[in-house]
Design a protein around this ligand. Structure first.
Ligand SMILES: Cc1cc2nc3c(=O)[nH]c(=O)nc-3n(C[C@H](O)[C@H](O)[C@H](O)COP(=O)(O)OP(=O)(O)OC[C@H]3O[C@@H](n4cnc5c(N)ncnc54)[C@H](O)[C@@H]3O)c2cc1C
Ligand code: FES
Length: 251
């Protein structure tokens, strides 16, 4: 995984959860979440996993290379609406990227929130994103950070197991908690089940969905998800609004 720092031609603002379309000249364009601090308008951060032609090319960019950017697009996490509540952030793998701006913003306005819990799962110790920041946040007394990995060698001293399993061990006051979840869909399914078992109602759970995108402005229909377009109504959805088609494989 590679984190790119882009210098925009003019000031750039976004809300946590939104994404940009990044264009590699001659290759194509892909949706990539904004993963930086929303308070910084002079640089744009994106964390990219190389899976295909465009993302591979993005991870090979060098200093002073040029990339096309349009955005920001899409809905955002309910950062303001969660003021006064406890917040539990559950991220799997690259799912921490669109949630990192939430953490920056909430830590900058820490007094506005109740308990802040971050549960993060990665495949292995080498796959943990933003390791130094996680360690720095863990040293603070006002945020609970727990990291787990699916598999590790004997020298790993942390948690081993899938991230939804951490929810059973986390104190949660379901009437005063908002959950924000992002990761592979299977992980989000188990996470939603675990949160619901802890008493969270569906309108307190928010997920970020991924679908292939082309236009990113609600015209082409590529990103259809049930009756919604992920680029326009999403990527962040309140769970009760997608629950009826979330568990279907193909719509
Ligand atoms: C709202 C939104 C936010 C996103 N944020 C990020 C982000 O922050 N960082 C990031 O790296 N990607 C992100 N993605 C995913 C990214 O847009 C896709 O992975 C994109 O298709 C990559 O394009 P490509 O041309 O490199 O590969 P493609 O040619 O599209 O895909 C190549 C191969 O990889 C597989 N593949 C595609 N996407 C994924 C995936 N996500 N995981 C595993 N395999 C995959 C395909 O099935 C195909 O077999 C986001 C997508 C959306 C919709
Ligand atoms: S990407 Fe075209 S409608 Fe969403």
């Amino acid at each position: 995984m590679t984190t790119l720092e882009l210098a925009p031609a003019s000031r750039f603002g976004f809300d946590p959860g939104q994404f940009n379309m990044l264009y590699m000249f001659g290759l194509g364009e892909v949706a990539i979440s904004l993963s930086g601090d929303p308070a910084e308008d002079h640089r744009i951060m994106h964390t990219v996993r190389a899976v295909g032609a465009v993302s591979q090319a993005l991870t090979r960019l060098r200093r002073n290379d040029v990339v096309g950017v349009r955005g920001p697009y899409g809905s955002s996490w309910p950062v303001r609406d969660s003021e006064g509540s406890d917040v539990i952030i559950v991220a799997g793998s690259l799912g921490l990227a669109p949630l990192r701006p939430v953490i920056y913003r909430m830590l900058a306005r820490r007094e506005r929130y109740g308990r802040l819990v971050v549960l993060y799962g990665a495949r292995g110790p080498a796959d943990i994103l933003y390791r130094r920041e996680l360690e720095a946040w863990r040293r603070r007394l006002d945020v609970d950070i727990t990291v787990t990995v699916d598999h590790a060698a004997a020298d790993w001293r942390g948690n081993v197991g899938v991230v939804p399993a951490l929810i059973g061990r986390t104190p949660i006051d379901p009437d005063h908690t908002v959950a924000m979840v992002c990761g592979p869909e299977i992980m989000m399914r188990f996470t939603v089940d675990a949160l619901r078992q802890r008493g969270l109602v569906t309108d307190r759970i928010f997920l970020s969905m991924e679908r292939n995108m082309k236009c990113a402005i609600g015209i082409c229909g590529h990103c259809q998800f049930g009756p919604a377009f992920v680029c326009r109504e999403g990527p962040v959805f309140r769970f009760d609004r997608i629950a009826s088609f979330f568990n279907q494989r193909e719509i």
